[in-house]
Design a protein. Structure first.
Length: 205
């Protein structure tokens, strides 16, 4: 089933928001993130991924950009993370698997491999292409982590989950979130264009 064919479900007023999000995670995310453990997306590609995912989340909540609901509020209500962040976590998780592989595995040996310098071709102009190992190393430094941390599964799991977001995110909607979502949906049906904090009764800081 393709993402576009799920429109009848994601746009339906008869399907609960909780079920829509479950459908999104079960059918859309695995397809979008297929093989993402080895991706090295650019900043522009990260923005494109996040835009796609935010559009699907808005579709699940039954709101549009004309409702002026901020992206941070969408992520807070749904308990979701930006798609680029989820892909980054998948990449780090796979990096930990690779480090724990036996030395005889070819993918493990690639970690210590160096490109040949005997070639006579001229180097290409511009910035060197980002590699999976280089990207993983950069993300390790950003978290003050070392390769040896991958050997301790629980410590590595904490590095991926906690140091990036502070705490684990509960990917379920609670009663108050659902009530706020229904308020937004009612505003959309009335074609109101009020800012999110005014809709849910929050005072801007």
């Amino acid at each position: 089933m393709q993402s576009g064919q799920l429109g009848n479900i994601l746009n339906s007023d008869k399907v609960s928001t909780r079920l829509k999000l479950k459908v999104l995670r079960a059918f859309v995310f695995p397809v979008v993130a297929w093989g993402s453990e080895t991706w090295t997306p650019s900043q522009g590609e990260d923005r494109a991924l996040n835009t796609f995912w935010n559009k699907k989340l808005r579709q699940c909540l039954g709101i549009t950009k004309f409702d002026h609901v901020e992206t941070d509020a969408i992520l807070e209500i749904t308990g979701e993370l930006p798609l680029s962040t989820r892909i980054r976590k998948l990449r780090l998780r796979y990096f930990g698997h690779v480090v724990r592989y036996p030395e005889s595995r070819w993918v493990r040996m690639l970690l210590r491999a160096t490109p040949s310098t005997t070639t006579t071709t001229r180097p290409k102009k511009g910035r060197p292409k980002d590699t999976w190992i280089a990207r993983s190393s950069t993300e390790l430094l950003a978290r003050s982590a070392k390769v040896e941390d991958c050997l301790e599964r629980e410590r590595w799991r904490n590095i991926i989950e906690d140091r990036e977001q502070g705490t684990r995110i509960d990917l379920t909607l609670n009663t108050s979130d659902l009530a706020r979502t229904h308020k937004i949906r009612d505003i959309r049906k009335a074609r109101g264009r009020i800012r999110f904090r005014e809709v849910v009764g929050e005072n801007p800081s």
